[in-house]
Design a protein around this ligand. Sequence first.
Ligand SMILES: [Zn+2]
Length: 110
Amino acid sequence: MSLITNILAIAEDQARAGGAEIINRIEVQVGALAGVEIHSLEFCFSIARAGTMAAQGELVVHEIAGKGWCEGCRAEVSLDFFVAVCSECGQTITEVLAGRELQVRCINVD
Ligand SMILES: [Zn+2]
């Protein structure tokens, strides 16, 4: 719940900075490895938006696939879990390249 409160606060700051009064839509990107349950994020939003500038707004979630760097393959491989081994060669992934994102991508305001 604190996560969505944060997202709403960021969106409201952006909306105010742009002189807007109503937030129609908040688009967030959530990485597959960010540890966020998207359904619960949407549910929390439907409750937390009450009384904010986004009271009638919708939340759009863009999911970003996990991606890591495998030293064994010298290549990018896809990751389903935060701690992962390469499905090609079995080596531990040393670097997560994508999938941990959790940020407001853009907002639509009036
Ligand atoms: Zn590999």
